[in-house]
Write a protein that binds this ligand. Structure first.
Ligand SMILES: NC(=O)C1=CN([C@@H]2O[C@H](COP(=O)(O)OP(=O)(O)OC[C@H]3O[C@@H](n4cnc5c(N)ncnc54)[C@H](OP(=O)(O)O)[C@@H]3O)[C@@H](O)[C@H]2O)C=CC1
Ligand SMILES: CC(=O)[C@H](N)C(=O)O
Length: 262
């Protein structure tokens, strides 16, 4: 087995994950590709082996299936070649909250949050012990916007962004880089799964451009990368407002505005 750096990418059979696989292969990294569709995984792996010469392993796994998820966790813990985790696999479901089937919601939450945190947990101790490694969590701008009406999906992405910022603070001093990537609408199959014709949308980014921009943020070791956002100052202002709020809420007594029943 080679001792080259390897990247484990979830959701690598298509879309953003398959594009990350292409880019990291062309950077010379070996790959471990994870998804449910083994045929598509094999097609991606075969193409990249041929085109780049890197070693590409595939690991078929449904990340909402505990046994499959545990197998991916074990690979992350045990394969010391893996020094980058791309926590990309994610989904969305159609409909409003009252229309959504709660079992579908449960699976969505499991994929977009539980799997993300469990896979990060599988590598964090090893990365921290080595004083190096990177965890890239694919969130979404939807996690900033309850107004978009995707309450459950957006909540899962708010979780991913918050988790990433927290892990960056915890693991950064130990030499581990954690990046949250927040795409906006990007041309992939997820829209079909969300009940939306992506061709009916405007302002849709091509997936190669999205991933290339996300990798610029990765190379800069940016904690939060928002490829479509032209002015980084808007994100910094948003963070500054959040930071300013925190001291105001550390109070012994309820705020005057809540003291009177009126
Ligand atoms: N496209 C967009 O507009 C945006 C996407 N994102 C996020 O980007 C990430 C990638 O999405 P995108 O590439 O667009 O979507 P796609 O639907 O194109 O790809 C999703 C990938 O995840 C895999 N996957 C889906 N469900 C499971 C599962 N249960 N277990 C294991 N793998 C699974 C799919 O493979 P398979 O079916 O073979 O399992 C596929 O490889 C997601 O986290 C998404 O939320 C964020 C913002 C915008
Ligand atoms: C809404 C979507 O499904 C898309 N993945 C997004 O995050 O914008």
């Amino acid at each position: 087995m080679s001792n080259k750096s390897a990247v484990l990418i979830t959701g690598a059979s298509t879309g953003i994950g398959a594009t990350y696989a292409d880019r990291f292969a062309r950077r010379g990294h070996d790959l471990v590709l994870v998804a449910r569709n083994e045929k598509r995984l094999d097609e991606v792996a075969t193409r990249l082996r041929t085109e780049t010469g890197v070693t590409v392993d595939i690991l078929r796994a449904g990340l909402t299936e505990p046994v499959d998820l545990a197998a991916v966790e074990a690979r992350l813990r045990e394969d010391r070649r893996i020094d980058i985790l791309i926590n990309n696999a994610g989904g969305n479901i159609p409909g409003s909250f009252v229309e959504q089937n709660i079992d579908d919601v449960d699976r969505l939450v499991a994929l977009n949050t539980t799997a993300v945190v469990r896979l990060a947990s599988a590598v964090a101790p090893r990365f921290a012990g080595a004083g190096k490694g990177a965890i890239v969590n694919i969130s979404s701008v939807v996690g900033l916007a309850p107004e978009l009406g995707m309450s459950v999906y957006g909540a899962t992405k708010a979780f991913v962004t918050f988790l990433s910022q927290g892990l960056a603070l915890e693991l950064g001093p130990k030499g581990v880089y954690v990046q949250a990537v927040l795409p906006a609408a990007t041309r992939t199959e997820i829209w079909g799964h969300s009940g939306v014709d992506v061709n009916s949308l405007t302002g849709v980014m091509e997936v190669g451009e999205l991933v290339d921009a996300a990798l610029v943020g990765f190379d800069r070791r940016e904690p939060v990368t928002i490829p479509p956002l032209p002015d980084a100052g808007q994100w910094e202002t948003y963070q500054a407002a959040r930071h300013a709020l925190l001291p105001s809420v550390q109070q012994e007594h309820a705020a005057e505005r809540y003291r009177s029943a009126a």
